[in-house]
Design a protein around this ligand. Structure first.
Ligand code: SAH
Ligand code: SF4
Ligand code: F3S
Length: 559
């Protein structure tokens, strides 16, 4: 078999980024290679997101662009993976016959077989006449579908998917980039919360928790391979709870969920210990059993699921980062009810107080930073509701917030039950007002950091530095990750030769680097003259903050 070239572009959340990494690793071991140019590829894959209409539109327009390409090269295989594939199902192929492969996020372990079949089917279609037949979809589908959702046995489906996570390569390197220093590790798949606006429980299915030993082994292997920082992933990551003693299968563990879970406030899980690994227990075990891992993070947290046990574990284990991403979504109790979020504004604020009392230690260089998500323009949102949201955002003092205009999603409760009655112009205005309120808080928080010392992890060249190196005329192509450490991506005008790269290097002896505090604040500093950016990626270095903007802190090395 000739080495098939794959172009893989990822949309959406960190979960999708991890899925793409695992899929790429698996395809590489099967002999596929990767190209940053869709035009060079034999297989084009889009790993898609469905969370808002805008996210879907990007994919539709990419697929539209491929029509002409496929007419020219009928052998091209096109695959749509991820949440849009799962949500749209076969309708997607009816709308876009250019698509040959559909693979939902719960079925990614089946992708190699689907691709293989699709390549063969395309070959036989190409042998056919008339021309139209050659452009027919090869129709290879793997979707969870509605039938299996929310059933108690769904966890068994997680077993074969577990093999995908277990297949992870230990090399921790990209195709030709430097050794990776940060990695994601999944601890929970799916979501059981069913917030009324959200498509995720439908696209990712029911919550399945991975066995703790699998997670710890993966963290160990990554740390052994040079990874400095691991971010644990789950849609409601702090809801993690693994009941031991369930039947063990080849791929992992069949894990029936009994529905017992922590319900907020100070309560602790009464079953924690031998028979149950809680989120707090998992964090403590990773910290103890992977001592060579410098930083442990997790996203996204659900406000209601934080017991004191988790906060105490973070407080008592120095390598767990003091950063919590805990979306509130709205500051109006009425809207939180319509959203089915299961907490009130009062409970949310009580949680923030508890978290800060346990973890906020700015005088020790360890402030607790919190970030949030908000949806503006949810159905029936009034000016008063919105004012309550602004007020919550100000009281919470988020380091940063992700703010979204409500987007009605097919299949959700909200689209069926509530009219999307907030006009687009009002959504836009509220979006801008909330952004402005957040910018003021971010600036104030930034200013408080001036003069403080932090240990930061160096991530790579700053965005400004990357742009400068790319030059004014070159835009990045989607799907190309700008690798840290100064390698200029080949998507840039057909590639930059090493000689040119060297010239860029020597023109500027002190490149600006980007780093992060453990509380997730971005810190920019100039590299000492003569140092190689690559050699600094992944280092933990002390800095002193000299100035601040709403988006980042500027610092000097403090040695
Ligand atoms: N599991 C995470 C969030 C996953 S989706 C949590 O519950 O916090 C990421 C964010 O997208 C959400 O926090 C929400 O703010 C936003 N979002 C989800 N569905 C949306 C919709 N239909 N319209 C607008 N924003 C939405
Ligand atoms: Fe969606 Fe709510 Fe689950 Fe987050 S918790 S993924 S917003 S349903
Ligand atoms: Fe999008 Fe699916 Fe993630 S809908 S946000 S890619 S879970």
């Amino acid at each position: 078999m000739s080495r098939r070239r794959v172009y893989l572009e990822t949309f959406g959340c960190q979960m999708n980024e991890l899925d793409s990494e695992l899929v790429a690793g698996q395809l590489r071991t099967l002999g596929y290679s990767f190209t940053p140019e869709a035009g060079d590829a034999d297989v084009v894959l889009y790993n898609t997101c469905s969370v808002r209409e805008h996210a879907e539109q990007k994919v539709w327009s990419r697929l539209g662009e491929l029509k002409e390409e496929k007419r020219r090269r009928p052998g091209l295989v096109v695959g749509v993976l991820g949440c849009l594939a799962e949500r749209e199902g076969e309708d997607l192929i009816r709308r876009m016959p250019v698509v040959d492969v559909l693979c939902g996020p719960g079925e990614l372990d089946k992708l190699p077989a689907l691709l293989d079949n699709a390549v063969r089917t395309r070959e036989s279609l190409m042998a056919d006449e008339p021309d139209d037949d050659r452009l027919r979809s090869a129709r290879q589908l793997a979707l969870q579908g509605n039938t299996s959702r929310r059933s108690a046995t769904l966890a068994a489906a997680g077993d074969s998917l577990e093999l995908l996570d277990l297949s992870r390569s230990t090399a921790a390197t990209g195709d030709d980039g430097p050794v990776r220093k940060s990695a994601y590790v999944r601890i929970t798949r799916g979501c059981n919360k069913f917030c009324t606006y959200c498509v995720v429980p439908f696209t990712r299915g029911a919550e399945v928790h991975r066995p703790p030993q699998h997670i710890i082994d993966e963290c160990k292997r990554l740390a052994d391979a040079g990874v400095v920082e691991i971010t644990l992933l789950g849609q409601t990551v702090n809801h993690y709870r693994f009941e031991h003693g369930a039947a063990v299968t080849v791929g992992g563990v069949v894990q029936p969920q009994k529905g017992r879970s922590y319900q907020g406030g100070h309560r602790r899980d009464p079953f924690a210990g031998e028979s149950v690994t809680t989120f707090a227990g998992l964090l403590a075990r990773i910290h103890e059993e992977v001592p060579h891992l410098a930083r442990l993070r997790f996203v996204t947290s659900y406000p209601r699921d934080f017991g004191d046990d988790v906060l105490e574990v973070i407080r008592d284990h120095p390598r767990i980062c003091r950063y919590l991403h805990v979306p509130a979504q709205s500051g109006s109790d009425r809207l939180l009810g319509l959203m089915n979020r299961g907490y009130s504004v009062g409970e949310y604020l009580e949680f923030l107080d508890r978290a800060r009392a346990h973890l906020d230690r700015p005088e020790e260089g360890r402030p607790l930073m919190i970030s949030g998500d908000f949806i503006v323009g949810f159905p029936t949102e009034s000016d008063e509701d919105f004012a309550a949201t602004v007020s919550l955002l100000e009281k919470a003092r988020y380091k940063n917030s992700f703010i979204f205009k409500y987007s009605p999603r097919p299949g959700t409760v909200a689209i069926g039950k509530f009219e999307d009655d907030v006009p687009e112009a009002v959504k836009r205005r509220r979006n801008n007002e909330l952004l402005a309120a957040q910018a003021a808080i971010s600036s104030a928080i930034g200013a408080e950091q001036v003069g403080r010392r932090f240990e930061v992890m160096v991530e790579g060249l700053s965005v400004r530095e990357q742009k400068r190196r790319r030059g004014p005329s070159c835009d990045t192509q989607g799907g190309v990750t700008l690798t840290v450490g100064g390698r200029v991506p080949s998507a840039c005008g057909g590639g930059v030769s090493h000689a040119e790269e060297d010239a860029v290097e020597s023109r500027e002896s002190t490149p600006q680097m980007s780093a992060r505090t453990d509380s997730d604040m971005i810190v920019l500093f100039d590299l000492p003259a003569g140092e190689s950016p690559d050699a600094w990626v992944g280092r933990l270095v002390p800095v002193r903050i000299t100035s601040a903007t709403a988006l980042s802190l500027h610092a000097t090395l403090d040695r």
